[in-house]
Design a protein around this ligand. Structure first.
Ligand code: ATP
Length: 606
């Protein structure tokens, strides 16, 4: 037997032993300890909930206890008033919270940072007040008692009277299932899109990820998880009151996530454990809880910014490659076919859409950055865009891909008018760009960043990704094959597992260009891709751009490096003070007097 197959055999056995140990543990514990472990399970759900929203999605939430409260009250009320069984009330809590989270995402998605913090804080206070004031339903300040609970032996499930140990098993099952699903989610294109939006909305939307949709999903899923936690809490306590869901609880949820390690799956489990057991030991200094939590946050920010998970060197992989490699090495997977879908290769055929910019004006206050700019770009053409600093080159790229709205004029691509469309929708039309400073997701590996480039090509639904259904695994495999091909092509294979933020500038640039090509664009906008590159790196980049052209992709290439440009471009446009002063071939530009005076003379002297 090989070491590999031995490992394969050992792993399920170890997992089975661990599961049996955890399941048997409450049989040997005192009821108070069983209850403590149940609390840990509930806190894991809360910590994962904030991790999903803030750690992965980057959305601040200072009123998260509100979702926890809604879950608790919905489950308790439906069981007390209507006698619904536990599994129905948990599902109802999850569903109601998902709806509330979805609705909250609309106002919350429009604001950022300080304003988002204030909005979520306000949301927390509003829900707390509703609970206090709506006494006919919630019991008001007196709280809601008489909730069927396994602690009191008053809860029945399928005719069986539940005790605390049964409840421990239920919570354990629910937590294990949710953690497994979350891991699958994080390792799917959905999870990667959360992190991309967290790092930079602009960069994520430029490869077709919709910030609005990501935020809707983040709030919906996060609220849903907190709702399940709330339902489990209500039935453990047999009594709930508004005081259990105030500001302090929201801070506790945040501390669990941050201290454990945002952005990982293990971190929140550790953070929840730490707070559950420490808080229990510190009951006697409950009055100083807020101070202790604040201190813990300060210590965490100063000494372990990535929480316990960072301290232990734990990082959650953001693709399912390891799992897929166990079945078959990616290098051996070729050609791939997902039943019912066309196999794709990198040598795809663009639809040859024509870009038309007509009379575009862009004003920034009193400054006219673009003045009646018009151009047309046909299939497979590389258009150079040059001009002195501040002449409007980046602004033109920014209006084409929707980063800036135009003041006047019209832009169309193929048959679609794309003037002032959102950036992610323009990316959906096939226009993909890179930035002057590489806009990769620094805390993702090269491979994971390149997988982001494929985002728009994924078709699997969220259920399929979360449950690791075969079709989603095959799709991930197909994307990984493309990414590996691209890494070979761009000499990036050696950096595959490196975090992009740790790599030299030149490699980061190459990653961004490779990511853009992996999106299979019709038109590629490259904003000074050669800036800061070494001679060798520039040659590699030139090769890549020539390859792009052979695929039939059109390119708009901004750069100040004339030698680099001349070897690549078919046509050139020269901008000066927002106006086109030359449009034609590269040779003509070099002898054009106006261009020499406005730009080349300067460039030659630079
Ligand atoms: N967001 C903005 N707000 C205000 N003014 C802006 C903005 N973006 C660009 N500008 C102004 O528009 C003009 C054109 O800038 P732009 O960045 O497009 O020039 P550029 O040709 O790309 O320059 P460079 O070669 O230095 O990158 C400049 O005067 C610049 O200050």
């Amino acid at each position: 037997m090989t070491t590999m197959s031995m490992k394969k055999g050992v792993q399920p056995v170890l997992t089975m032993i661990l599961v049996l140990l955890v399941a048997a543990a409450p049989l040997f514990m005192s009821p108070s300890n069983v209850q403590l472990f149940i609390f840990w399970g509930i806190n894991i759900l809360l910590a994962q909930s904030i991790n999903l929203l803030s750690g992965l999605g980057g959305q601040i939430s200072l009123g998260h206890a509100a979702f926890y409260a809604i879950g608790a009250y919905v489950s308790a009320i439906f069981m007390v008033r209507f006698g619904f069984p536990l599994y129905v009330t948990i599902l109802l809590s999850a569903a109601v919270n998902a709806l509330v989270g979805f609705l909250v995402s609309f106002p919350a998605g429009r604001v950022r940072e300080f304003y988002l913090a204030m909005m979520t804080l306000g949301f927390g206070f509003v829900i707390e007040e509703i609970i206090k004031e709506w006494s006919s339903v919630t019991g008001g300040v007196m709280g809601l008692s008489g909730i069927p609970s396994p602690k009191l032996g008053t809860m029945l499930l399928f005719g069986i009277k539940l005790n605390l140990i049964h409840y421990y098993w239920i919570v354990f099952l629910v937590v294990a299932l949710i953690v497994w699903m979350l891991r699958n989610f994080v390792q799917s294109y959905y999870g990667r899109s959360f992190l991309a939006i967290h790092r930079s909305e602009l960069s994520a939307s430029s490869i077709g990820i919709s910030p609005g949709r990501v935020k809707q999903l983040a709030y919906t899923m996060s609220a849903c998880l907190a709702g399940i936690a709330g339902a489990l809490y209500a039935h453990l306590m047999a009594y709930i009151g508004a005081n259990s869901f105030g500001m302090m609880q929201s801070i506790e949820i945040l501390v669990m996530g941050i201290l454990g390690g945002f952005g990982t799956i293990i971190g929140p489990i550790l953070g929840a454990g730490f707070l559950t057991f420490i808080a229990n030991k510190l009951q006697f200094i409950k009055d100083y809880q807020l101070m202790i939590y604040s201190l813990l946050l300060v210590i965490s920010f100063l000494f372990i910014p990535r929480g316990f998970a960072g301290l232990l060197g734990i990082r959650t992989a953001l693709s399912k490659e390891k799992r897929l490699q166990k079945v078959q090495p990616i290098s051996e997977v070729k050609p791939l076919r997902i039943p019912g879908r066309e196999a794709r290769t990198l040598s795809y055929s663009p639809h040859h859409k024509k870009l038309k910019v007509e009379g575009v004006i862009k004003d920034f206050g009193g400054l006219r950055a673009l003045q009646h700019v018009s151009l047309e770009l046909g299939q497979g053409t590389i258009l150079g865009l040059v001009g002195p600093n501040g002449s409007g080159k980046s602004t033109l790229v920014n209006v084409i891909n929707g980063v800036y709205p135009v003041t006047e004029g019209k832009i169309s691509f193929g048959k679609a008018e794309i003037t002032n469309m959102p950036t992610h929708a323009i990316a959906g039309q096939g226009i993909i760009r890179t930035f002057q400073d590489p806009h990769n997701v620094g805390n993702m590996t090269v491979k994971e960043n390149l997988l982001l480039g494929r985002h728009q090509k994924y078709q699997s639904g969220i259920v399929s990704c979360v449950l690791n259904l075969k079709s989603s695994l095959l799709e991930e495999q197909e994307m990984l094959v493309k990414v590996h091909e691209m890494m070979e092509l761009c000499s990036l294979a050696q950096y595959s597992e490196e975090l992009v933020e740790n790599l030299p500038y030149g490699v980061q640039r190459m990653v961004e260009v490779a990511r853009a090509i992996l999106a299979e664009p019709e038109l590629l906008l490259l904003d000074e891709p050669a800036a800061g590159l070494s001679e060798h790196e520039m040659q590699e980049l030139s090769k890549l751009i020539r390859y792009v052209k052979t695929l039939g992709i059109s390119v708009i290439l901004i750069d100040h490096h004339m030698e680099f440009l001349m070897g690549l471009i078919d046509e050139v446009i020269v901008l000066d003070s927002g106006k086109i002063i030359y449009s034609g071939d590269a040779q003509g530009m070099q002898t054009n007097q106006q261009v020499i005076e406005a730009y080349l003379g300067v460039a030659n002297h630079a």
